[in-house]
Design a protein around this ligand. Structure first.
Ligand SMILES: Cc1cc2nc3c(=O)[nH]c(=O)nc-3n(C[C@H](O)[C@H](O)[C@H](O)COP(=O)(O)O)c2cc1C
Length: 204
């Protein structure tokens, strides 16, 4: 098996924290469950994210391979994602509560903050040697009916979670992606001091 972690990790020369450098999104997962103790840490980390008015709008539905929640989440995925995500021992569906718990008004930051909690989830997971892979490729209508979502909850993403598996277990097209180096935009395309056209890149 190639040293995938090495191929995928962000180079140490960037100076970023190793927790962030080590996170990447595999499609091959090992047939190994995640302990409840680790899941508790992962979702506790998620719960400590910042949120507008400390609303903590994030909700997580967690399914373990073989149980009803897992089967329902897997059924919501598009076929491409089902083909690889079915190897993960845990599937998570994130939801965001879009109304304020104080006065019922719209919380425009609900999905934003659920994303922040999801990032914490991914980083705590990788600190424990557990990989995560987010998915937008799923049927939102199916999610709403399978889980009878109340109107004030909106769908976030589905996450596959587990230990790294063997890329040889993947179909050829996916194996290629699994072995490919990761890419990022340059900071000059992302960080500005002004956003007129063209923006003024920040001097970093
Ligand atoms: C919200 C979200 C949706 C994504 N949707 C999919 C998806 O449906 N299928 C898939 O194979 N990967 C999906 N990805 C994974 C991204 O393609 C991946 O994060 C990106 O290419 C960067 O790679 P990295 O996570 O290894 O840094 C998704 C990631 C996120 C965060």
């Amino acid at each position: 098996m190639p040293d995938l972690e090495h191929i995928k990790q962000v180079p140490a020369s960037t100076g970023i924290h190793e927790l962030i450098a080590n996170r990447w999104s595999p499609r091959a997962f090992a047939d190994k469950p995640i302990s409840n103790e680790d899941l508790r840490k992962i979702f506790t980390a998620a719960s400590w994210a910042a949120s507008a008015s400390n609303e903590q709008p994030w909700r997580f539905l967690i399914g373990h391979k073989g149980d009803e929640t897992y089967t329902k989440i897997l059924d919501c995925l598009v076929e491409f994602n089902q083909n690889w995500a079915k190897s993960a021992p845990v599937l998570v569906l994130t939801l965001a509560k879009t109304t304020s718990s104080k006065d019922g008004s719209n919380n425009a930051w609900a999905l934003h903050d659920t994303g922040a909690a999801s990032a914490n989830m991914c980083l705590q997971a990788i600190a424990l040697g557990i990989h995560t892979h987010g998915m937008a490729g799923y049927d939102k209508d199916k999610v709403r009916t399978h889980f009878r979502l109340p109107a004030e909850y909106t769908e976030g993403a589905v996450w596959a979670m587990g230990y790294l598996g063997d890329p040889e277990s993947l179909p050829d097209s996916m194996k290629k992606m699994e072995l490919a180096p990761r890419e990022r935009k340059s900071l000059s395309e992302l960080v500005f001091t002004d956003f007129s056209t063209p923006g003024t890149p920040a001097k970093l």
